[in-house]
Design a protein around this ligand. Structure first.
Ligand SMILES: [Zn+2]
Length: 466
């Protein structure tokens, strides 16, 4: 636009100049090689300008002819690139659609048209994987690790292959490398953490947790809990090896990070007790009771006052319960100790202080124990035991993912292998259906909420087989 405008301005200026010059008087004579040319100044200037324009146009023509091959090559390259990118995109779509042969065809086409391995190697690897050629995919992934811009993708591909092959040590090494290269990616860092947990390398897993928190992949609260669990596991190892001081330091740190993680409270109290710090051990249990009253804490407290009489035990438990006096676990803890100390009135009062206590199997069992001692009518105790059987089961360690029940806390669920999945909760109720005598089926059936008769029969068969 600007060029065209300038050209017209120039033409106008030349026009003005020509008309000015043509109006002027004067004659120009050229005498050259016997030729004599005569004319006005205007004709002469017009002639010179004409010559300049002709030479300029000739010069442009020569330049265009000279640059033509290069221009043709550039245009051809652009066209090839365009087709290459199209093949690459269509190849990715074929991979996503699971079309192995199309993906392979398009990957070869993209490779040929683009000649840029960094762009096409991932598609080639994926196409090879899709057609089941893991060896070829491995070669592409390895080649990708050798280029800085595709190194991470290559490592991720190799990691996936190692995981599928069950090559744990290779997978761990690759995950470490990929995570160091790109710590902000969720998948690789989480895989590294899972592999370290499988390896029971609690220390390295702790470092990964801190990295995951720093890169905002996990929340600070999750990070604190995971770190506490890993320190607790390290503390268990140390105490097994007789390194009591180290074990205590780790349990203390875990307690600071997560004061409601019961297994560690018990470990910390045990270690303090072993170091002769019984009072401090009791204080730790009391501090945790305020946040998370857990029946295992009562058992540990009773161990700490080993040798004490039943009444002294009762007073110790009562003192603990005062730290969270309205909680159901506090009432149940006192009731249990009071029954052992034959303080039945106090035991009954505490059970009856629990809202809807008849829904708790433990409360019903305690009522049966009281009735057995306190009443000559054995039916009262039997009735309470019947109520206990129909009540909600006792709390247990349940996997929040797969609902598997574990007797003791473990770092990974024994069924789904998820880390930190166990929570202390009430398991689903299993009810035995009582049929009238004349309609009694061959087998008794077990029902869970939401079960049909068919699933119930399956469970019954499963129970019988086990
Ligand atoms: Zn599970």
């Amino acid at each position: 636009m600007f060029k065209t405008l300038s050209f017209f301005v120039l033409l106008i200026l030349i026009g003005f100049a020509a008309s000015f010059v043509s109006d002027e008087q004067g004659l120009v004579t050229i005498d050259w090689l016997g030729y004599k040319i005569e004319g006005t100044v205007g004709i002469f200037i017009g002639f010179v300008l004409g010559l300049i324009i002709i030479f300029y146009m000739l010069f442009r023509l020569v330049l265009a002819i000279k640059n033509a091959p290069e221009r043709i090559v550039t245009a051809n390259q652009g066209w090839k690139r365009q087709r290459g990118y199209k093949a690459l995109t269509q190849g990715m779509i074929a991979v996503a659609a699971g079309d192995a042969s199309e993906a392979k065809r398009l990957s070869l086409k993209a490779e040929k048209l683009l000649s840029e391995p960094s762009l096409t190697m991932l598609l080639s690897a994926q196409a090879a994987q899709l057609s089941g050629d893991e060896k070829a995919a491995g070669r592409f992934f390895k080649a990708m690790t050798e280029e800085p811009e595709t190194r991470y993708l290559g490592l991720s591909g190799q990691l996936r292959q190692a995981l599928e092959d069950g090559d744990h040590s290779n997978a761990l090494q690759l995950a470490e490398e990929a995570s160091n290269l790109n710590p902000k990616t969720d998948t690789v860092s989480s895989t590294l953490f899972e592999l370290q947990i499988k390896d029971k390398d609690w220390k390295s897993a702790g470092e990964t947790v801190r990295k995951l928190e720093k890169t905002k992949i996990i929340k600070p609260a999750t990070s604190r809990r995971h770190q506490a669990i890993l320190l607790y596991l390290e503390s268990l190892n140390d105490s097994e090896e007789g390194k009591i001081e180290k074990a205590t330091q780790k349990a203390k740190k875990a307690f600071t990070l997560c004061p409601d993680f019961t297994p560690n409270i018990i470990q910390y109290a045990e270690l303090l007790h072993r170091s002769g710090k019984r009072r401090k051990a009791v204080a730790v249990i009391e501090e945790s009771w305020v946040i998370n009253p857990h029946p295992n804490l009562v058992n540990k407290l009773k161990e700490l006052v080993f040798g004490a009489g039943t009444e002294e035990l009762m007073r110790t438990v009562e003192k603990l319960s005062n730290y969270n006096s309205n909680h159901m676990e506090s009432h149940l803890a006192i009731a249990s100790s009071a029954i052992s100390a034959r303080m039945l009135k106090e035991a009954r009062e505490h059970i009856e202080a629990i809202p809807e206590f008849e829904k708790s199997a433990r409360a019903c069992r305690y009522m049966a124990e009281i009735a057995e001692v306190d009443s000559s009518d054995s039916n009262i105790a039997k009735n309470w035991l019947k109520k206990a059987a129909a009540a909600d089961p006792d709390p247990a360690w349940i996997c929040r993912e797969c609902k598997d029940i574990s007797e003791n806390w473990v770092p990974t669920c024994s069924s789904c292998e998820k880390f930190d999945a166990l929570i202390w909760d009430t398991p689903p109720r299993i009810t035995r259906i009582v049929f009238p005598e004349d309609k009694k089926p061959e087998e008794s059936h077990f029902f869970e909420e939401g079960d049909t008769m068919e699933t119930s029969k399956e469970k019954t068969r499963h129970n019988k087989n086990n």
